[in-house]
Design a protein around this ligand. Structure first.
Ligand SMILES: Nc1ncnc2c1ncn2[C@@H]1O[C@H](COP(=O)(O)OP(=O)(O)OP(=O)(O)O)[C@@H](O)[C@H]1O
Length: 234
């Protein structure tokens, strides 16, 4: 469980989040909002990449700042620009890096790397150099790196941008499996296609505040109010 209590955050004195509270359990949550509404600023606090100016974020009851390693193990994060997320030069080594740091044995590391790469349709490409991958392949690799950590919560910032349809379908299928296993999924996106039947909640953010927190059905009328398009067939 991730609990955000009265969270405030400013960049150089400009408030972006102001007294935001939220609880995220083992459910599928879509976080939607227009550009600049504070989505990325919010999720970066969920595993300690940003430190709150006020209020707190707790993961399983422990403040993130008290145990950042536990928070980063429990809350996996995939960002929009994956380039900076890679730590190794080849595909397999990069995905193995996180599990290796957890001190897992080789068999378990291999199992996780295989499962994560296959979830994003990159199986068999362990030895390829990351700098030779396309943008979409890098985005998929970043997702594989987070999957291999087998976190309790997986937070993905615009995960489908730049992914072709087979890769999107594969990632969605894997997220479905994770959700069925009790992993909490948070998808930050402007593009709600394929998410209506998956999401338990749609949280709308506007100007750093929660404008609504509703079921997908109930969010239909609220989404245009925060300038997020309701997809055809939603
Ligand atoms: N590093 C930074 N320094 C200064 N201001 C920032 C920084 N990062 C974000 N901001 C500002 O904070 C506000 C919220 O940005 P944030 O990236 O959290 O929004 P977002 O909802 O994720 O937007 P987008 O949909 O465009 O990704 C914006 O006004 C942005 O300009």
């Amino acid at each position: 469980m991730i609990t955000v209590e009265n969270l405030s955050y400013s960049y150089d004195g400009d408030p972006v989040l102001d007294g935001l509270s939220l609880a995220l359990g083992d459910e599928w949550v879509v976080l939607a909002g227009p550009n600049g509404s504070g989505k990325t600023t919010l999720i970066r606090q969920l595993n300690g990449l940003l430190e709150p100016d006020g209020g707190s974020v707790l993961v399983d009851g422990t403040p993130v700042q008290d145990d950042p390693v536990a928070a980063r193990t429990a809350v996996g994060m995939v960002f929009q620009s994956p380039r900076s997320q890679f730590v190794a030069s080849t595909v397999g080594a990069d995905v193995a890096f996180g599990p290796e740091n957890l001190g897992l044995d080789h068999e378990e590391i291999d199992r996780r790397v295989d499962a994560a790469l296959s979830a994003v349709n990159l199986d068999g490409r362990e030895d390829e150099r990351i700098d030779a991958l396309s943008g979409g392949e890098r985005a998929r690799l970043a997702i594989a790196g987070a999957l291999a950590m087998e976190p309790e919560h997986l937070v993905l910032d615009e995960p489908f941008a730049g992914l072709d349809w087979p890769a999107q379908r594969s990632v969605l299928g894997h997220l479905d499996d994770l959700a069925a296993d009790g992993v909490g999924i948070v998808v930050v996106t402007h593009d709600l296609r394929d998410l209506r039947t998956r999401a338990d909640r749609v949280i709308g953010l506007r100007d750093g505040e929660i404008a609504f927190d509703l079921s997908p059905e109930a969010a239909t009328e609220a989404l245009p109010d925060i300038d997020v398009r309701v997809p055809d067939g939603w």
